[in-house]
Design a protein around this ligand. Sequence first.
Ligand code: GLN
Length: 187
Amino acid sequence: MVIGVLALQGAFREHQEMLAALGVESRQVRKPEQLDGINGLIIPGGESTTMGKLLHDFHLFEPIRQKALQGMPVFGTCAGLILLAREIIGSGQPRLGLMDMAVERNAFGRQVESFEVDLDVPALGEKPLRAVFIRAPYIVSVGPGVEVLARYGDKIVLARQGCFLACAFHPELTDDTRLHRMFLDQC
Ligand code: GLN
């Protein structure tokens, strides 16, 4: 199994380290042909407007969309979650739009740019998941095909739709590998 990690910008190395810790081979994706033969793709955190622009500049936008629509699993974290959303509140920025959800960017306010919490994620078992939020978005609403996997307060922060998984936080910055393993099961 080989997992592609979109490597245009943001926290791609940390995802690769986590995959390596799980004994899974990963590949940095910067060109369309690097999508060939991968079993799934991770879109990391970073800056979603910059990443959206780079996806166009590197001619990756449509190839990723097409592969995903043909069944390639995609895991978007933080900025990656924003890129997966159908709607980004108040923004016309480019997005892949693969998941039927509306998201709000930088949703936790300037005074709490970064924080950590323990989240209840029933799908991962009893032990709470440590979640690192960095200028994080959240999911405002989801369509009927989207399964909500975790909330922080009343805000949806982890969701799944078919082979697409999205979280508002940075699972690659902790040593809890359960969310990556959930994604690998999908791949
Ligand atoms: N605020 C960033 C954005 O809107 C996301 C932050 C992150 O990925 N840590 O793209």
